[in-house]
Design a protein around this ligand. Structure first.
Ligand code: 2HG
Ligand code: ZN
Length: 464
């Protein structure tokens, strides 16, 4: 470390083995996430390897009055891991090991910096699965997944990250180490602080260890790509498939999304163009399930809800079909998209979709809008692409006008302004469309208890 900042010298002196860096390229690298909207400006980056070091850093932060931004894989889309105001970035990157596996409890204990994909692999080595999954699996970290209660493509079957956390070790904003739930299945002993920490976006403390529940491997599955003639039939196709099959995933995207993924190198699925598509994965453990899949497809064709379809014949083909859906975020990234990640109850979906389509059609006549998402979970992603030549701040300003209207609609439909990406900086101004003033006041009170000096990821989720 080459800084003369007395605060950093004090930290390095207290923890001589701690890797602490103020190198410009590292400040930039660790100071931002996938949002790319804010200019990174952290004070320094600390990369601890032990829980005791994390505690010592947090105590130092309290002594010096330095804010701390906990940092995982920084694949977040809401600015939750951005450090733009002289904060210390506390990267968990070097705490990335599997610590233990218990075959009786079926619990895998890991450090927070481990990548989701490494968790998948570790579970598989024991003949089990960690079922939360999404496209950023190779680079996101489990600590970040916990901080946002990450969802993904299999929530319809397995739920969010929250469902799979058997225990957490957490360093609070005052440096206290809490060992929460300790892998218990039944534990009626008061407030579940483990659940409180999940989705808290680093504003209450830092996850330093996680015990993950593992599941039996799923039955063999097939992947089907469906072409739909209109948006209106989407929920009918979903209802038909859900009533007949054990769905592992049910995802939708538009023709525009497909065009971008194809331009990015994916293979064209059908000769003709169709306005809407669904990728669905379902169990085909026995003949009856295989027959049910064909029956669902035929029923939808007969009704005119589906115009074409293809079913995977191999793992490679299944991966190819999934790429059409999972490749969207990366294919859109060069257009600096303004992202919305909203949810409503499934029953409210048809009305909400119709209303939103009208709203966005009117509000964004000039912008390209790309829709996709986890329709079976009531979760829609709306990406608005920045036109070439338009200044980014002006683009965001115009998009925010529309988000205000979207937030109103979400309020009416009792939905959420963030389904799975978190509030962070991006959606902070709209938190009150999802949470009542009384709820937000309770959240502030909780923060006050766990982070009395307001140093844990300040300015994220809500303002101090
Ligand atoms: C997905 O579902 C991710 O692919 C990213 O949540 C969504 O890029 C987005 O808006
Ligand atoms: Zn998503």
């Amino acid at each position: 470390m080459s800084s003369n900042d007395p605060r950093l010298l004090a930290l390095q002196q207290a923890l001589p083995e701690l890797r602490l860096t103020t190198e410009a390229s590292e400040l930039e690298h660790y100071g931002r996430d996938w949002t790319r909207r804010w200019t990174p400006a952290p004070l320094a980056i600390a990369l601890p390897t032990r829980i005791e070091e994390v505690q010592a850093i947090v105590r130092w932060a309290n002594e010096q009055g330095v804010a701390v931004v906990p940092s995982g894989g920084r694949t977040g889309l809401s600015g939750g891991a951005v450090a733009a105001h002289g904060e210390l970035v506390l990267s968990l990157e070097r705490m990335n090991k599997v610590l233990a596996f218990d075959a009786v409890d079926r619990i895998l204990t890991v450090q927070p910096g481990i990548a989701l994909e490494a968790v998948h692999n570790a579970a598989r080595e024991h003949g089990l699965v960690y079922p939360v999954d999404f496209a950023a699996r190779g680079s996101c970290s489990i600590g970040g997944n916990i901080a946002t209660n990450a969802g993904g493509i299999r929530v319809i079957r397995y739920g969010n990250t929250r469902e799979w956390i058997a225990g957490l070790k957490v360093v609070t904003g005052s440096g206290e180490l809490l060992d929460l739930n300790r892998g218990l299945i039944k534990n009626s002993s008061g407030y579940d602080l483990r659940q409180l920490l999940i989705a808290s976006e680093g504003t209450l403390g830092i996850v330093v260890e996680a015990s993950l529940r593992l599941a039996d491997p799923p039955p063999p599955t097939n992947v089907m790509l469906l072409a739909l003639p209109s948006f209106e039939v989407l929920m009918q196709v979903f209802a038909e498939f859900r009533s007949r099959l054990q769905l592992e995933a049910f995802e939708f995207f538009t023709d525009r999304a497909l065009q971008h993924v194809l331009a990015h190198g994916a293979q064209k699925p059908f000769e003709e163009l169709h306005p809407y598509y669904v990728v669905t994965e379902f169990a085909i453990g026995n003949e009856a399930q295989e027959a049910a899949a064909m029956a669902a497809f035929e029923a939808c064709m007969e009704q005119g809800w589906v115009s074409d379809g293809v079913i995977s014949q191999s793992d490679a083909q299944a991966a190819q079909l999934w790429r059409l859906r999972e490749g969207i975020t990366e294919a859109l990234a060069p257009y600096k998209p303004y992202k919305n990640d909203v949810s409503v109850r499934i029953s409210a979906m048809p009305a909400f979709l119709a209303e939103t389509q009208t709203l966005l059609g009117q509000a964004y006549p000039e912008f390209e809008v790309v829709w996709f998402g986890h329709i079976g979970d009531g979760n829609l992603h709306i990406n608005v692409l920045k036109p070439d030549g338009l200044d980014n701040d002006e683009f965001v300003r115009q998009c925010e006008q529309v988000t205000k209207l979207l937030a109103q609609s979400l309020r009416q439909h009792a939905g959420s302004i963030s389904a799975e990406h978190g509030i962070g900086l991006v959606k902070k101004g709209y938190l009150d469309s999802t949470r009542s003033a009384a709820e937000i006041a309770v959240m502030r009170g909780i923060k006050q208890v766990l982070d009395p000096n307001g140093l844990m990821n300040p300015g994220k989720l809500f303002d101090p």
